[in-house]
Design a protein around this ligand. Structure first.
Ligand SMILES: [Zn+2]
Length: 332
């Protein structure tokens, strides 16, 4: 039987993992107590789209190429050249079956490809090949998680405007584990790829001490116009990652009115924009521009964030105006 030699196949046919969905500490089963006694890192949370970049092996096993995926599983149809989330629905409604799995929306792919840190694989004079493509060619079993930060304003509008689009790595995974911050930093340095900044590190014995440390990290984030912090425990059997955001209320306030519905704090604007950005990531710009299609999805995604953060929809601010502001910023 002819075919590739099994041992020469390095990379994956399918995306090996999705980045864990990050909750805040208080949403952990033991409200953060699971983080006590283990070594923690706090890194800045950058404002962009969460991309997964990995080395994919073609069906016949001969060709490896870097695959750019976004947070959810999406498909590209080779017949109509569209990216969508639901494979079965697309096949039954169009009869198209020539689908490519796990392709990010074209707008996000274009963003990623235009980033300086995407890099080059060609040595020019004394400039050595560098960047994400080179990193993956040298290390095809790594799975790179990077924030794609758009030129101009980002989805949450917390960071100052950026002159250029870029990619910033926040995690690398291999063989069932994420790299420690220090090891990831060294690798990014070697390939000249930006990496999220380390804000703090340490081990904590009490929730009070941990709480103060998080508070300091959030104050730092606010001063430096970052969305928040991601706290990571790498050195444990089950790696725990959580995120804390600067504009989320410290505790949801349940105010009971006549023992009926709890009154929840409003969802911050940045979360609404974040939800719209996820619709773009999952369905693409064509879908998002069509308001009859897009608005129900936007509402669904915002509702999901409300539920997740124990917040309510802000009163008197129709989603449509957020949607229009988001689109206007994208076209600027
Ligand atoms: Zn199609």
């Amino acid at each position: 039987m002819s075919g590739p030699i099994e041992t020469s196949i390095v990379g994956y046919k399918e995306r090996p993992l999705k980045y864990p969905d990050l909750d805040s500490m208080r949403q952990l089963r033991n409200s953060g107590r699971e983080l006590l006694g283990t070594f923690l890192y706090a890194t800045e949370k950058r404002d962009g789209s969460n991309m997964t970049i990995w080395m994919r092996v073609s069906e016949n096993g001969y060709i490896r190429f870097p695959q750019i995926s976004s947070r959810n599983t999406t498909y590209e149809c080779r017949t109509c050249r569209k990216v969508f989330g639901n494979k079965e629905e697309h096949i039954t409604t169009t009869g198209h079956t020539d689908l490519i799995y796990d392709v990010a929306a074209p707008e996000l792919t274009t963003q990623v490809l235009s980033s300086k840190s995407w890099g080059t694989t060609i040595d020019r004079g004394n400039r050595k090949a560098q960047g994400i493509v080179k990193m993956l060619l040298d290390n095809p079993t790594w799975v790179i998680f990077a924030e794609s930060i758009p030129a101009g304003v980002g989805p949450t509008r917390i960071e100052p405007k950026h002159k250029k689009q870029d990619l910033v790595i926040f995690d690398i995974w291999e063989g069932g584990r994420f790299f420690s911050y220090n090891y990831m930093y060294q690798q990014c340095y070697h390939y000249r790829i930006p990496v999220v900044k380390l804000i703090g590190q340490g081990t904590f014995e009490s929730m009070d001490a941990l709480g103060l440390w998080v508070k300091d990290a959030l104050a730092y984030s606010k001063r430096h116009r970052r969305e928040g912090v991601v706290i990571k425990a790498y050195g444990v059997e089950v790696q725990v990652f959580v995120k804390e955001k600067i504009d989320m209320p410290e505790r949801p306030k349940f105010v009971h009115s006549s023992n009926k519905n709890p009154q929840l704090p409003p969802l911050p604007d940045s979360e609404i924009y974040g939800a719209i950005d996820k619709v773009l990531a999952d369905y693409g710009m064509d879908f998002l521009r069509d308001k009859r299609q897009a608005m129900p999805k936007v509402a669904e995604y915002v509702q999901y964030e409300c539920k997740k953060h124990l917040c309510s929809l802000p009163k008197g601010s129709p989603l449509y105006s957020f949607y229009m502001t988001y689109l206007a910023a994208k076209q600027a």
